[in-house]
Write a protein that binds this ligand. Structure first.
Ligand SMILES: [Zn+2]
Length: 119
């Protein structure tokens, strides 16, 4: 049995869009060399990768290398320094940084929906 409580439907037209642990998702298949899970939404009948909506969705680098790029950026390394240390191009570092930044912004907006009132 798969634990899908951290996942939600990625179809913006779905009535259960963005509802984590709602019970509408199942694993319908595995794909790729890494055997990633393909999730199925019972509400809207959409199928999508378990990585959709994450910075690692549709990445071409091996997972350990993509994670290393993001770790270096998170630790404050510059683009050129990260490129040298992880063995990828500067453009790749910039692209992954932008993806991670957009995802972090969305996550922040999701988790911190309301600011406390200023008295
Ligand atoms: Zn759905």
């Amino acid at each position: 049995m798969h634990d899908l409580t951290a996942f939600c439907c990625q179809n913006t037209q779905c009535a259960d869009f963005g509802k984590r642990g709602h019970g509408n998702l199942t694993v319908c298949a595995h794909y790729g060399q890494q055997q990633r899970r393909l999730l199925y939404c019972r509400s809207c009948k959409a199928r999508f990768s378990e990585r959709k909506g994450t910075p690692l969705f549709d990445t071409r680098l091996p997972e350990h290398q993509a994670v290393a790029v993001l770790h270096h950026i998170a630790e404050g390394c510059g683009v050129r320094q990260t490129a040298r240390l992880t063995g990828v191009s500067k453009d790749t570092v910039v692209r992954y940084s932008l993806r991670a930044g957009e995802h972090a912004q969305q996550l922040h907006d999701d988790l911190v929906a309301f600011s406390p009132r200023d008295p």
